[in-house]
Design a protein around this ligand. Structure first.
Ligand SMILES: NC(=O)c1ccc[n+]([C@@H]2O[C@H](COP(=O)([O-])OP(=O)(O)OC[C@H]3O[C@@H](n4cnc5c(N)ncnc54)[C@H](O)[C@@H]3O)[C@@H](O)[C@H]2O)c1
Length: 416
């Protein structure tokens, strides 16, 4: 079996971590049990490019049990848990190509390894796999069934491809499912981003001015959690409705130009580029900490930071680089990559349970339906099924519509 991991000797530790996560993933577990009987992916090759974490390990195990020949590569050069990668290869015999800290060249060579398997199905987090297939291996497209996409940035890229008529296969936008973004983006990113920042810096959040760029699902979760820990939170936005929402949620809303002067901690979660640039670094306070939780490392312009800095960065702690800008120290976390995955363990398993249940069922749906090329939403029945399973696992029961209520909601005759 071909693979590329850091150290196979880490497998035992990785297995423990995977089993610990599995405890908190009852929905994926129940899907795995059904997949074991029904084998929905029998005879299919499935290439997955995801953050290589303990939660992902449980997803790919379920897909393998469902009959797929599964291959896994990292969706980010810094997010791989090397012990998990080792366990996937040694304990679960899943060919894995991922090394934490791999170069961009190695990252793409790993994606090429997966493409060489001629997958019929893909699972992406950021659309690097699907866009590479379209750009460099278009000959594979006719035999492909389609794929799924995990994150906002990936869905944006795929919709842009579809608009240009460039997307030749169907993709299910798992990110856009409520069972994904309401929970993973909001509560997962909210908690794990702070977790990454705290692990990297050991800073106290209470009393700090935290600047959050972007008030989408991730930004909302992060702002809510930072406020809960005692920070004064400033939000920057470009969307007037989101800005208004942030203001009415009780946050101070202003431009990055204004916020740059007063923030102690900056975190970008916009999915856009150049949120923090040269002029911002120049006005930041001494000891300002800058990090990103958006998908790509383009939100903080690191070239600009290097340009205004008086010398090279000094590694002062793991994942913390110190730049001198004039007399001020600016600290960049995790090289501007997803701080929650680079400096911590990503989202807790309990929330990934829902995202990955959505992935597994969306992929099954894709194999059953013959969907046309384009970006497709996850069917509501799948979302409701996952929410129902999660509620059951949490011991929560809810009311059911009575026939009269159902009729009332569907009619227009009854009124005042
Ligand atoms: N770290 C993680 O684990 C994790 C998890 C989920 C999503 N993501 C990524 O986080 C990013 C945000 O995801 P989301 O679901 O919150 O997206 P979203 O589209 O819901 O929100 C993004 C927000 O950023 C705002 N924005 C865009 N340009 C801006 C600018 N120049 N200044 C200020 N605000 C700006 C948009 O108006 C929008 O409100 C994406 O890249 C996504 O892929 C990361």
């Amino acid at each position: 079996m071909e693979y590329d991991i850091k150290d196979a000797a880490l497998a035992a530790e990785g297995k423990r971590r995977i089993e610990w996560a599995e405890r908190d993933m009852p929905v994926v577990r129940s899907i795995q049990e059904r997949f074991e009987k029904e084998k929905p992916f029998a005879g299919k090759t499935l290439a997955t490019v995801l953050h290589v974490t303990a939660e992902t390990a449980n997803l790919v195990r379920a897909l393998k049990v469902g009959g797929a020949q599964v291959f896994l590569a990292a969706s980010n050069p810094l997010s791989t848990q090397d012990d998990v990668a080792a366990a996937l290869v040694k304990e679960y015999e899943i060919p894995t190509f991922a090394i934490k800290g791999e170069s961009k060249e190695v990252f793409f060579s790993h994606i090429e390894k997966l493409i060489a398997q001629k997958p019929q199905l893909t699972m992406d987090d950021g659309a690097d796999l699907v866009s590479t297939v379209h750009k460099s291996h278009a000959e594979l497209l006719p035999q492909m069934i389609g794929g799924t996409e995990e994150t906002t940035t990936g869905v944006i890229r795929l919709r842009a491809m579809a608009r240009d008529g460039a997307l030749k296969i169907p993709i299910v936008a798992v990110n856009d499912a409520k069972t994904k973004n309401l929970f993973d983006n909001r509560y997962g990113t909210g908690q794990s981003t702070l977790d990454g920042i705290i692990r990297a810096t050991d800073m106290l959040i209470a009393g700090k001015t935290v600047v959050i760029a972007g008030y989408g699902w991730c930004g909302r979760g992060l702002a809510m959690r930072a406020k809960g820990m005692g920070a004064g939170v400033i939000v920057t936005e470009i969307d007037p409705v989101k800005a208004l929402e942030a203001a009415m949620d009780g946050f101070f809303v202003t431009t990055m130009d204004n916020a740059a002067r007063v923030g102690d901690l900056f975190c970008t979660v916009t999915g856009n580029k150049d949120i923090i640039v040269e002029r911002h670094f120049k006005t930041m306070k001494d000891s300002a900490i800058v990090c990103n939780a958006g998908h790509f490392d383009v939100e903080i312009n690191i070239d600009d930071l290097k340009k205004v800095a008086s010398g090279p960065a000094r590694e002062v702690r793991d994942f913390v680089q110190e730049y001198m800008v004039g007399k001020n120290r600016i600290y960049l976390l995790a090289e501007g990559r997803l701080v929650n995955l680079a400096a911590a363990e990503g989202h807790p398993a309990s929330v990934m349970d829902m995202s990955f249940a959505t992935q597994a069922l969306a992929c099954e749906w894709l194999t059953k339906e013959k969907l046309p090329p384009g970006v497709h939403d996850v069917p509501e029945a799948i979302e409701n099924g996952i929410a129902g399973l999660k509620l059951a696992s949490m011991g929560i029961s809810i009311d059911e519509l009575t026939p009269e209520q159902k009729k009332y909601l569907e009619s227009w005759q009854e009124g005042t």
